[in-house]
Design a protein around this ligand. Structure first.
Ligand code: COA
Length: 189
């Protein structure tokens, strides 16, 4: 795995992870418009190319985010350069040693271990390089693929807010998952 102080750049056996760029806009818009991909996410299938361009333009800072900010990372297949999905990285404003992560893959890239490979690379970077204390993730309780992914990566479910979120026309239940540096160290031993 590689990282630098400048652009965030991670590599794994199959993947290159770097800030989303202008080149990713078409593929990014394409999978954000897929109803299966958008179902439990904050955007809808009306997500447009202009929305994607704005997102890329708004993140000219390509470093690890400062407190309160987000960075959207492209997950690319190294051999082809194609965009497979993305990771969202948020550094909490009031707890700057805590990061929140989110992950999305195009449907054609799911079921191959790509999300696990990308998420574990990001966790390794956050804990080993950024000395993160805690990494958290939140998801709809019906989103079983992401719950399985987070469990595989070592997260522990620590909260369930029942019918707490009015989302896309219905009350939804929000699960919180977390992984502490100390838990990860124990798991590695
Ligand atoms: C959440 C999401 C990223 C998970 O993707 P995923 O493809 O299931 O996760 P992985 O890439 O780790 O693949 C794991 C699956 O591939 C299988 N697999 C196949 N080859 C594999 C390999 N070489 N290594 C690991 N797993 C492999 C595993 O058995 C596993 O299947 P299972 O979950 O049915 O047991 C994906 O469902 C997604 O993008 N959903 C839409 C967006 C979304 O809701 N994101 C979450 C917001 S909180």
């Amino acid at each position: 795995m590689l990282s630098s102080q400048a652009d965030l750049l991670l590599t794994t056996a199959r993947l290159t992870i770097a800030p989303l760029s202008d080149h990713d806009v078409d593929a990014f818009t394409g999978y954000r418009q897929d109803p299966d991909v958008a179902r439990y996410q904050s955007w809808g299938i009306d997500y447009s190319r202009a929305d994607a361009e704005r997102l890329v333009d708004d993140q000219r800072d390509r470093h690890v985010p400062s407190p309160g900010n987000w960075l959207q990372l492209a997950v690319r297949e190294t051999s082809s350069g194609g965009l497979l999905g993305d990771l969202a990285l948020h550094r909490l404003d009031d707890q700057p040693d805590t990061f929140e992560v989110g992950i999305t893959l195009a449907r054609s890239s799911q079921g191959q271990g790509v999300a696990s490979e990308a998420l574990i690379a990001l966790l390794d970077f956050l804990f080993d390089h950024e000395h993160a204390h805690r990494v958290v993730a939140f998801c709809d309780s019906r989103n079983n693929p992401v719950a399985r992914l987070l469990a595989r990566a070592g997260f522990r479910q620590e909260s369930r807010q029942v019918d707490a979120d009015w989302f896309k026309g219905e009350w939804t239940t929000l699960d919180g998952h977390a992984l502490l540096a100390s838990e990860r160290d124990r798991a590695h031993r």
